[in-house]
Design a protein around this ligand. Structure first.
Ligand SMILES: *[C@@H]1O[C@H](CO)[C@@H](O)[C@H](O)[C@H]1NC(C)=O
Ligand SMILES: *[C@@H]1O[C@H](CO)[C@@H](O)[C@H](O)[C@H]1NC(C)=O
Ligand SMILES: *[C@@H]1O[C@H](CO)[C@@H](O)[C@H](O)[C@H]1NC(C)=O
Ligand SMILES: *[C@@H]1O[C@H](CO)[C@@H](O)[C@H](O)[C@H]1NC(C)=O
Ligand SMILES: *[C@@H]1O[C@H](CO)[C@@H](O)[C@H](O)[C@H]1NC(C)=O
Ligand SMILES: *[C@@H]1O[C@H](CO)[C@@H](O)[C@H](O)[C@H]1NC(C)=O
Length: 508
């Protein structure tokens, strides 16, 4: 009896001493809407890793190994799911279920307390969790039939998430489409090679709204409980995570195209996906070797009349070591495939990048948590050290190296490129300082290219080649104002997937 009382008191102390998310966890859009910033106004570069099943499958010491690796490689964000795709009846590695009696309005404290401990561990290493409250299939079943998250249950679940995890970025109901169609039927048609008929569309966006509004209400409540002065006008960084363009009959698969008039949608996102061929017949160009194109569309939408500039992210590009379209007969995406897509996306206007390694995103542990077959079936720890994961930080570095104020002046600058820029993942991509301080040009082929350099504000220009594999600059002789201002540049080496970044920078 006495033991029970002590145990009760001990547990109670642990609970009341639960980690509180600090206010400087928050990241928000910059004043012009194009970038992300920290609560003190400092630049924030979204270098995310995908770890959907982190909370579910890794024990604490494994999570520590995982997060230390990602922190060392410069990752600033990790995407992880609360109510996972594993299903409502599937316990986590500690044997705890997500909810009591499979009721999404009754969270199981032990399950979420474990998540708290991982969120806190990540923060101690400088990594923010982008919380994915639930997988998309819990709004609709795969056949587009109702599931456990509906307009009645979502507000309660959303409020729970908001109160418990204020300030965390959020990505709603992953890998889905608010205008979901009967995926079973669509898949069957594709596998028969037929042109899919137009399927009935069901609009599930009321459930998205209910979840989002519940989260916002919960966060505001948590903020006012901690006497935050800005509780009433707080909006978390929040987006939805669409599938790639899989269906006909609905808007293009970009977060703003579905829900662009919602105040709660503060981040725009796409999924360029994992396939470089159909199934994307409604939009033949939609393919993972052109992830820059959805980014350009999102960026442009923010400038259109009636549009609202939001930071944009390609939230799911091809994962390293995932087979092309998850098909085991195809080859898998390698480091250079993934690296090229990320550079092109950032230079096309994205506020950062989202990387994924195929065994890590699902935290596969063969024998315990089987791989889903979409890649070679490695253990997560094997894929943790894939080279692409070390190369992402050099994208962040070259952008950050231009300084804090020009961070917020970066604009896509494809118009600076003269002549043939190449197609798909061979395309040369340019970005520049709006005020003429610098130009950066990324080439995935090492072939020569031409740049109109007139936007540079002075003749005192330093030129370098920056190596995307090592993050090292090599200066070369260059005179800005001597000859034609449309200049030709020849990278140090050329070849298929041999990439370089040209850096032209005005000296102060
Ligand atoms: C966590 O998993 C590792 C295997 O990756 C194992 O060696 C270790 O004992 C586990 N730790 C706990 C606390 O279960
Ligand atoms: C929502 O789901 C709950 C739990 O499955 C169910 O009891 C309720 O009837 C559903 N409500 C609606 C409006 O579908
Ligand atoms: C979806 O399509 C499958 C296969 O054609 C069919 O069996 C199922 O009944 C359909 N579901 C709905 C909700 O229409
Ligand atoms: C957004 O647009 C949709 C469709 O036009 C409309 O039904 C909805 O009320 C709008 N929502 C807001 C918050 O303006
Ligand atoms: C892979 O190839 C085998 C043998 O050609 C074939 O039977 C199978 O259907 C293919 N699988 C997929 C997913 O394409
Ligand atoms: C990676 O794959 C691409 C094809 O997508 C290929 O061109 C390239 O040579 C490969 N890189 C390496 C290092 O194998």
């Amino acid at each position: 009896m006495l033991r029970t009382v002590f145990l009760y008191i001990a547990l109670h102390i642990i609970q009341t001493a639960a980690w509180q998310v600090p206010a400087d966890y928050a990241i928000t859009p910059s004043p012009d809407g194009r970038f992300l910033q920290q609560s003190n106004g400092a630049p924030f570069f979204w270098q995310a890793d995908t770890a959907w099943l982190l909370f579910h499958r890794l024990n604490y010491s494994e999570a520590e190994t995982y997060l230390s690796d990602r922190a060392r490689k410069g990752f600033t964000v990790v995407l992880a799911v609360g109510f996972t795709q594993e299903g409502i009846a599937s316990p986590n590695c500690n044997g705890d279920l997500t909810f009591i009696d499979e009721d999404v309005t009754r969270p199981n404290e032990a399950y979420w307390a474990y998540i708290d401990s991982i969120v806190s561990l990540a923060w101690s290493k400088g990594i923010r969790i982008c919380m994915v409250p639930a997988w998309g299939k819990f709004v609709h079943g795969s056949d587009n039939s109702a599931s456990v998250l509906n307009a009645t249950t979502a507000p309660t679940f959303g409020k729970f998430i908001g109160q418990r995890y204020p300030y965390l970025p959020k990505t709603l109901v992953a890998d889905t489409n608010p205008y979901w169609q009967n995926k079973t039927a669509v898949k069957a048609d594709y596998s028969r090679g037929g042109v899919p008929p137009t399927y009935e569309v069901i609009d599930w966006s009321p459930v998205y709204d209910a979840l989002a509004e519940g989260i916002v209400a919960g966060e505001r409540q948590a903020l006012s409980a901690s006497s935050s002065p800005s509780a009433d006008d707080w909006w978390p960084l929040m987006t939805i995570h669409p599938t790639n363009q899989w269906f006909t009959g609905g808007p293009i698969a970009l977060a703003h195209a579905f829900l662009g008039n919602r105040s709660w949608l503060t981040l725009d996102s796409s999924q360029s996906g994992h396939a470089d061929y159909a199934p994307n017949p409604p939009i033949p160009w939609w393919n993972c070797r052109r992830g820059w194109e959805p980014v350009e569309l999102m960026y442009a939408a923010g400038s259109q009349a009636g549009g609202r500039p939001r930071p944009v992210i390609d939230n799911e590009a091809h994962y390293e070591h995932r087979y092309n379209n998850g098909n085991h007969n195809a080859s898998y995406w390698n480091a250079s495939d993934v690296r090229i897509g990320s550079w092109q996306a950032v230079f096309s206007g994205a506020a950062g990048l989202t990387y994924g390694a195929n065994a890590v995103q699902q935290m596969a542990i063969p024998g315990l948590f089987q791989s889903d077959g979409s890649g070679p079936g490695d253990n997560w720890a094997t894929d943790l050290v894939l080279p692409g994961s070390s190369q992402m930080q050099w994208i962040q570095k070259v952008v950050m190296d231009r300084g804090a104020s020009s961070y917020f002046r970066r604009v896509p600058a494809q118009d600076l490129l003269v002549g043939d820029v190449g197609a798909d993942d061979a395309r040369v991509t340019a970005t520049r300082d709006r005020d003429g301080g610098w130009i950066l040009v990324y080439t995935p082929t090492g072939k020569s290219f031409q740049v109109d350099t007139r936007s540079l504000k002075s003749c005192a220009v330093q030129a370098s080649w920056y190596d995307p594999l090592r993050g090292v600059y090599s200066r070369f002789d260059y005179t800005q104002c001597e000859q034609s201002l449309v200049r030709s540049f020849m990278p140090p080496t050329a070849g298929d997937h041999v990439d370089w970044v040209l850096v032209l920078e005005v000296l102060d």
